[in-house]
Write a protein that binds this ligand. Structure first.
Ligand SMILES: *[C@@H]1O[C@H](CO)[C@@H](O)[C@H](O)[C@H]1NC(C)=O
Ligand SMILES: *[C@@H]1O[C@H](CO)[C@@H](O)[C@H](O)[C@H]1NC(C)=O
Ligand SMILES: *[C@@H]1O[C@H](CO)[C@@H](O)[C@H](O)[C@H]1NC(C)=O
Length: 251
């Protein structure tokens, strides 16, 4: 009994969807209730648009696909009545991309979906950093992620970086978190740093930096080299002027 009453309702729904939309998009993976397809980097999204016109003629209507308002070029045989678009591999730039399909004849008969590409922050492994005493120390972590990371911490030798004690500055522009110190001191700044970020869906990610502070060799060498150059140049000039005198004398 239930089936019999449900069936006309179902037809009614189909008929109305057709009249208001004209085209329908189906996707692998599925489209959620808000017209969003959830996917990840390197995966594949396959979209199928179908004109769901009632008559035979409408069922063969030419279709147009737009990606963020730019037309997607379609091969012959992938245009009439049914058209497939594959997005592969999924990259960062596909996040938020909007795909719209409409009838070539009537752009009001359209349907669209949006991609939500999630990715964790690119934080792995470790890096060796060597910095001279009194130089500037800069450590950077890539924290760009979707959804954004929910927390971010910098540690030095296992405890939270003491910003005041080390005269550290931390900046964060949503893409990179940067820890820097203007004037490095071995006793304050040498050690193992870690930046760790938590993603609401991918969990914790971290990267290590082994920072070694060396004596400021180059800065000591520079005045010495400059001094040597002056001495050599002066000697050469002296010989040159002397030579002139000798040369005139012998004429
Ligand atoms: C275009 O499509 C819309 C939505 O399907 C429909 O309401 C409208 O009547 C169509 N216009 C023409 C000229 O076919
Ligand atoms: C994308 O998906 C993530 C994880 O489900 C969610 O947190 C985020 O709000 C979604 N973004 C959009 C724009 O739908
Ligand atoms: C961190 O640990 C290393 C190795 O134990 C040590 O040499 C360094 O001085 C420590 N750094 C700080 C700032 O305490």
């Amino acid at each position: 009994m239930k089936l019999m009453t449900a069936s006309p309702l179902f037809h009614l729904f189909l008929c109305c969807a057709t009249q208001t939309l004209g085209v329908q998009i189906q996707s692998v993976p599925d489209i959620n209730g808000e017209g969003v397809i959830h996917t990840e980097l390197t995966k594949i999204v396959s979209l199928v648009c179908q004109s769901d016109g009632g008559s035979e003629a409408e069922a063969e209507e030419e279709l147009v696909w737009l990606r963020n308002d730019a037309a997607v070029s379609l091969k012959e045989g992938n245009k009439n009545g049914r058209s497939t678009v594959c997005v592969t591999p999924i990259i960062h730039e596909d996040n938020g991309a909007n795909f719209t399909c409409h009838l070539r004849k009537n752009a009001t008969a359209s349907a669209s979906v949006t991609l939500n590409v999630t990715y964790p922050p690119q934080l792995t492994g470790s890096e060796n950093v060597t910095v001279e005493e009194e130089a500037v120390l800069v450590l950077r972590c890539d924290i760009w992620a979707n959804p954004p990371v929910s927390s971010l911490t910098w540690t030095l030798n296992g405890s939270k970086v003491d910003l005041l004690a080390g005269a550290f500055t931390v900046t964060n522009d949503g893409f990179t978190s940067q820890l820097s110190a203007e004037r490095v001191e071995k006793s304050l700044h040498e050690g193992t740093y870690q930046c760790s970020a938590d993603s609401p869906i991918y969990g914790g990610h971290r990267k290590l930096f082994h920072v070694t502070v060396t004596a400021k060799t180059m800065k000591l060498m520079m005045p010495i080299i400059a001094g040597l150059v002056v001495v050599v140049l002066t000697a050469l000039l002296a010989v040159a002027s002397r030579w002139k005198k000798i040369a005139t004398c012998c004429k």
